[in-house]
Design a protein around this ligand. Structure first.
Ligand code: G1P
Ligand code: ZN
Length: 543
């Protein structure tokens, strides 16, 4: 099969973001577009040559075409072996784990996460490096710079691969290995969790409902929950991955998975209710009559993790992103392990995980994971909860009540103002930034401000500094408000306001979250002049 050098011109108009390169499908369908991006990566990462490369996606529209293109460019660039998930599927955490376990030089994850899919939807590609983590900021910049001057790409002509047939094939001199997308991942889960115990728990009548939202986790959930753990088949909803995710929006939160909250509060609610997003890295957890916020989930799992086989030796440390509520801090204190507060984005956790300083980490945006992979892992969180419920014999509500009684409760809400004009969003940030120095000592929602600053982070593993990571107003342990602008939006600017209220008294442990954070919402609206500067009286999304 001939390798051809094809003349091209630069196509990328912007650097890949924290979630990779994400665009409308039509953009990716332009001739040479994906090819240019891939070639820029192969040119900038010479270690890929003669190495192993993992490829898989969330199954959305254009996935199969993009895999053929990626394989043809990879083969022309001297990749020794391609490991591809059967049918083109690999969840993001499973791909990251395969890169680690198979000692691959890197991998391409074809996904736009929870963004809607289909011909008019989004597509995306993310490059992960050896070790399984996302490409660093500096590598991403180098790739973008290179893409601005690219003049040719290299492609193997004439070969297609059968991505549905397991086993080895050849593409020029590259070996292509099509693997079962679940097998290695499920084997790792069996090491981390007590499958025997979860099986017993289900046998004794416990009920589970997992919504795969017609995205990539369907095959994983079926194999693990139904075939390996013996849950009834209807425990997994929407298990067949569809190219348009069934027209839905696979983002598991109280808005896009409202039906699960309704199920949880209904008469016949299962014991554990959960969902994952398009590419399987996010998770939402509910129990009978209760929603567990991601910050609480992180704290509760951290507190109970040593009960689970893979974590018997205890925790090395806990990490959370700065805006995530400080519930995990109380657990770290009690367990006497370090708590790391990092900027938003998974890559900051990866350095700590690589350095062996952290066992569990999480973000308020429905992301939780552990040292077993270098991405957040939706199914891992669901299995961890199933194992905790099975090991303790308690209900979700009992686990939460015990936790809150011991550690206190952090009420948390995130208010998003979407598609703002960038100057409006900037003006809000400026309004707060201008007041920061005057805030300490003053009252904020009737609580004294103890700290007001712009968060910056020094990575303990490499000394690098990330500044400008959000404005925070802290009232001791009792309350905190954080403001930052989203780094992942595709239209306009998104302002995120994070509200956190901490209480310890028994009488305060069962408030409504909205009521608990209402005084903070009012106070920040006045200080940041959100309504005046943006014209929005209420947030677009509350999670
Ligand atoms: C959002 C989340 C963040 C997450 C990222 C990628 O980023 O807030 O926690 O890591 O998506 O999934 P943001 O849009 O806030 O920059
Ligand atoms: Zn995702």
């Amino acid at each position: 099969m001939p390798i051809r050098d094809i003349q091209t011109k630069p196509y990328l108009d912007q650097k890949a973001g924290t979630a990779g390169l994400r665009k409308k499908v039509a953009v990716f369908q332009q001739p040479h577009y994906l090819e240019n991006y891939l070639q820029s990566i192969f040119d900038c990462v010479p270690e890929l040559k003669d190495g192993i490369l993992v490829i898989g996606g969330d199954g959305r529209y254009h996935n199969r075409d993009a895999i053929q293109t990626t394989a043809a460019i990879a083969a022309a660039n001297g990749i020794a072996r391609l490991i591809i998930g059967q049918g083109g599927l690999l969840s993001t955490p499973a791909a990251s784990m395969l890169i680690r376990n198979r000692r691959a030089a890197g991998g391409f994850l074809l996904t736009a996460s929870h963004n809607p899919a289909g011909p008019d939807g989004d597509f995306g590609i993310k490059f992960n490096v050896a070790g399984g983590g996302q490409a660093s900021e500096s590598l991403t910049s180098r790739i973008f710079e290179h893409s601005k001057t690219i003049a040719r790409y290299r492609r193997l002509d004439g070969g297609t691969i059968d991505i549905d047939r397991r086993g080895e094939q050849h593409l020029g001199s590259t070996v292509v290995e099509i693997v079962d997308c679940v097998e290695d991942y499920a084997a790792l889960m069996q090491q981390l969790f007590d499958f025997e115990r979860i099986r017993d728990w289900l046998k004794r009548g416990a009920r589970l409902r997992f919504d795969a939202m017609h995205a990539v986790t369907g095959p994983y959930a079926r194999r693990i929950f139904v075939e390996q753990l013996g849950a009834p088949p209807d425990s997994v909803m929407n298990a067949v991955p569809l190219e348009d995710f069934g027209g839905g929006h696979p983002d598991p939160n109280l808005i896009h998975a409202k039906h699960l909250a309704e199920l949880a509060h209904g008469d016949d609610a299962p014991d554990l209710i959960a969902a994952s997003d398009g590419d399987g890295d996010r998770n939402m957890i509910l129990g009978r009559g209760i929603f567990i916020s991601p910050g609480d989930s992180l704290a509760m799992l951290a507190a109970n993790l040593p009960l689970l086989p893979g974590y018997r030796d205890g925790l090395r440390g806990i990490a959370r992103s700065m805006p995530t509520c400080r519930a995990a801090d109380q657990v770290a204190k009690a367990l006497k392990v370090p708590l790391h507060e990092t900027p938003t984005g998974w890559k900051f956790f990866c350095n700590l995980l690589d350095a062996g300083q952290v066992t569990i980490c999480g973000e308020e945006s429905f992301g939780t994971s552990s040292s077993h992979t270098r991405e957040k892992d939706g199914l891992w969180a669901v299995l961890a909860w199933a194992n905790v419920l099975a090991a303790t014999g308690k209900s979700m509500q009992e686990i939460a009540d015990t936790h809150w009684t011991r550690f206190g409760r952090h009420y948390f809400a995130r208010h998003d103002y979407e598609e703002l004009a960038a100057p409006q969003a900037e003006a809000v940030m400026q309004a707060v930034a201008a007041e920061l120095a005057t805030l300490p000592g003053r009252a904020f929602a009737d609580l004294p401000v103890t700290l007001a600053d712009e968060f910056s982070y020094r990575d303990p593993t490499d000394g690098s500094i990330a500044s400008g990571q959000g404005l925070r107003i802290v009232c001791g342990d009792e309350a905190r408000v954080v403001l930052r602008l989203s780094g992942t939006g595709t239209r306009g600017a998104t302002l995120r306001v994070y509200l956190e209220r901490y209480v310890r008294e028994a009488a305060s442990l069962h408030w409504k979250t909205a009521d608990a954070v209402a005084p903070l919402a009012g106070a920040i609206d006045r200080l940041a002049r959100i309504a005046e500067l943006t014209g929005r009286r209420v947030p677009d999304v509350v999670t």
